[in-house]
Design a protein around this ligand. Structure first.
Ligand SMILES: Nc1ncnc2c1ncn2[C@@H]1O[C@H](COP(=O)(O)OP(=O)(O)O)[C@@H](O)[C@H]1O
Ligand SMILES: Cc1ncc(COP(=O)(O)OP(=O)(O)O)c(N)n1
Length: 265
């Protein structure tokens, strides 16, 4: 049996709803062997981020080397990268280990407002990481930072996707979770656009939606699924996870990583 292997390079969320924890749960649910390189430890729960402790660069590099040289990586994703030095290191490691299917979730600010990427690191994201990425999945505020555009409509989302594509990344998904109305994501392949649609669920429990969505894409890519099949599965996975959220914690709770396979828990 061939085992698909996916690596997440991201921060740890002690609350288990986002970051490395969300990614590994998603990989597991989608039948992919999950591995991790932790960039920072966060003390975090559904009420917010209470502390951030970046891992030394050497330790991040060694984690990536350790898994890439032994277990192998069919696809990888990045999440919280904290600062420019970490971004540059990750970009170098992606090149060194020839990781072709890299999904970059350009995490900048947690929904509660805590900065997960230093503002001055945004340039490194654009100039060092996006050019080695296969796909990137910005939410609306992230797409606005990357492009300088103000995004208010699907037309604006498409323009942002085009401009981000021009930064050297092959596939762009501008996610519509922060818009009004239905949750519509725009997928751009360098030439044409597709939409991923779902109704919007009125719930406060959307902690880690972006992490889970990008992890599901990486998992499907690791299995060798075609791009549009991979992103459609990821959309179905995150939609079920939001629809059947668990209702735990006192704030913005996690999504339900079981829901896609075990509806109506
Ligand atoms: N309330 C919601 N109902 C349905 N889908 C949602 C909702 N919020 C976010 N999504 C979907 O979840 C995925 C992650 O999007 P988003 O929340 O914008 O990312 P991020 O966590 O990076 O801010 C997207 O597919 C988006 O459309
Ligand atoms: C450790 C860590 N990484 C990423 C995030 C951001 O997660 P995201 O999926 O963008 O959604 P929110 O958590 O902001 O709701 C995080 N919080 N922690």
């Amino acid at each position: 049996m061939k085992v698909a292997r996916a690596l997440t390079i991201a921060g740890s969320d002690s609350g288990g709803g986002a970051g490395i924890q969300a990614d590994l749960k998603t990989f597991q649910m989608l039948d992919v062997f999950g591995m991790s390189a932790i960039t920072a430890i966060t003390a975090q729960n559904t009420l917010g981020v209470h502390g951030i402790y970046p891992v030394p660069l050497e330790g991040i590099g060694l984690q990536i080397d350790a898994v890439a040289t032994d277990l192998g990586v069919d696809a990888a994703k990045t999440g919280m990268l904290a600062d420019a030095a970490i971004i540059r290191l990750v970009a170098d490691k992606v090149k060194e280990h020839n990781i072709e299917k890299l999904v970059v979730d350009p995490v900048m600010v947690a929904k509660g407002g805590a900065r997960l990427l230093q503002e001055q690191a945004q340039d490194a994201l654009i100039h060092d990481l996006l050019p080695v990425a296969f796909m990137t999945t910005p939410n609306i505020p992230e797409a606005e930072v990357l492009t300088g555009l103000s995004i208010r409509s699907l037309v604006d989302m498409k323009e942002a996707a085009k401009r981000i594509g021009d930064m050297g990344v092959k596939y762009v998904i501008v996610k519509g979770g922060h818009m009004q109305g239905d949750a519509i994501d725009i997928v751009f392949d360098g030439t044409s656009f597709e939409q991923l649609d779902s109704k919007r669920f009125e719930t406060p429990h959307t902690h880690g939606t972006g992490c889970t969505f990008s992890a599901a894409i990486a998992a499907e890519l690791a299995k060798g699924r075609p791009i549009f099949e991979a992103v459609a599965t990821a959309k179905a996975f995150i939609t079920a996870a939001i629809r059947e959220s668990l209702g735990i914690g006192h704030g913005h709770g996690p999504t339900n990583h079981w829901a896609y396979f075990r509806s109506n828990l």
